[in-house]
Design a protein around this ligand. Structure first.
Ligand code: XIL
Length: 369
């Protein structure tokens, strides 16, 4: 079951890469041809394919994609650290690289928490997705209450982007340069940046990021753009126009924060539509929330959603990977953001793999659903 994508990579690579890719493929194909899970085909919260099968990261590598998770600097040790390092090959700092954390006072930077995530990634052979540089949320008070005119605010933005990307130069595979620039109706979100600077802040942020680290892939990242609709169309127009103007944008991140059963049937086609502009795409913050506590049927439906998302990414050759937003239900942001909802990640609150994990495994392994 060698995917087209794998063949492409092998064909374009060296003999060493060929051997390595072959080794991964052989190593990850269980002798029976099926998956090594102890769980039933439908999966169960008690099943442990994680313990008996190849880790997700090996399966993902064989398919030419990354599989990532958000991590907090305070949770890099213990069980979460071990699971993340074993199963995932990409990490996104959940909050540590956001403006309020990185530059809590004007011109005073606190890099330590972000550095800790980068060190963890390096120690375990993982890439880092930098998240994020310019967003309307999680901004320090000096910035939101500061009395900046447009020129002053633009300078502040450019300096922050330049300083942060420079600090992490060479360490970050991809940056979410601009996060959530659009409102649900597809208009520009009327946050600090757009209100003061108009849409030009977007191109300026990308240009500054590219100057500071020309090798990093630069993404715009948003939610609610996964299926057909006004917001997705508006994002398409935005990135098409940035490309046309020669702005250094490399990709579009689809956050993919879904409610149970609500993965758009058009997700794959949407990603392909953006890819056809000559852009990479990635699933950057996948989770599937549901009312808590969940029952077994809901967890099985959730597994179907996870599986659909992974298969959609695999079907789009420019989809670089899938990252989940939070390793486990113990630490997911969902219950805080959506009261009464939760159980949104692939691991339960005791760090046991859920059917959603089994589904990611099976999809990456290429099992037929
Ligand atoms: C969330 C974090 O998970 C929380 O810990 C924090 O309190 C708020 O932000 N879209 C994004 C992420 O781009 O940065 C958000 O992360 C979730 C929604």
């Amino acid at each position: 079951m060698v995917s087209k994508r794998t063949l492409g990579i092998v064909a374009g690579g060296s003999a060493v890469a060929l051997l390595a890719a072959t080794a991964v493929l052989l190593a990850t194909r269980p002798s029976g041809g099926g998956r090594p899970a102890t769980a039933s085909a439908a999966g169960s919260a008690g099943g442990h394919p994680a313990a008996s099968g190849a880790p997700l990261r090996d399966l993902a590598a064989a398919r030419g994609v990354h599989v990532g998770t958000a991590m907090a600097a305070g949770r890099l040790g213990g069980i979460p650290g071990r699971i993340a390092a074993a199963q995932f090959d990409s990490v996104t700092p959940e909050n540590e690289m956001k403006w309020e954390r990185v530059e809590p006072e004007r011109g005073r930077y606190d890099w330590a928490p972000g550095d800790a995530v980068v060190a963890f990634a390096k120690a375990h052979g993982m890439q880092v997705r930098g998240h994020n540089l310019v967003w309307h949320s999680q901004l320090p008070e000096w910035l939101t209450t500061g009395d900046f005119d447009a020129d002053g605010l633009r300078d502040v933005m450019l300096r922050h982007v330049t300083d942060e990307v420079t600090h992490y130069k060479g360490e970050i595979a991809a940056w979410d340069v601009v996060n959530e620039p659009l409102d649900d109706d597809g208009s520009f979100r009327a946050g600090l940046w757009y209100r003061q600077l108009g849409a030009s802040y977007i191109a300026d942020a990308f240009t500054a990021a590219h100057a500071a680290d020309p090798a990093a892939k630069l993404y715009v990242n948003d939610y609610g753009i996964e299926g057909a609709g006004p917001k997705s169309d508006a994002m398409y127009e935005l990135v098409a126009s940035l490309k046309k103007q020669g702005v250094p944008i490399d990709g579009v991140g689809f956050q993919a924060h879904f409610a149970l059963g609500r993965v758009p049937a058009t997700f794959r086609a949407t990603m392909q539509r953006f890819a056809d502009l000559g852009l990479d795409v990635a699933v950057t913050e996948l989770d599937v929330r549901m009312p808590t506590p969940p029952d077994a049927a809901a967890l099985r439906r959730q597994a179907d959603d996870y599986r659909a998302v992974v298969e959609d990414c695999l079907a789009v050759s420019r989809c670089r990977g899938i990252a989940v937003w939070g390793l486990s239900d113990a630490t997911s942001w969902v219950p805080d953001a959506f009261p009464g909802q939760g159980a949104a990640t692939p691991y339960d609150a005791s760090y046991r793999p859920k059917p959603a994990y089994d589904a990611m495994w099976a999809a990456l392994h290429g099992d037929r659903g």
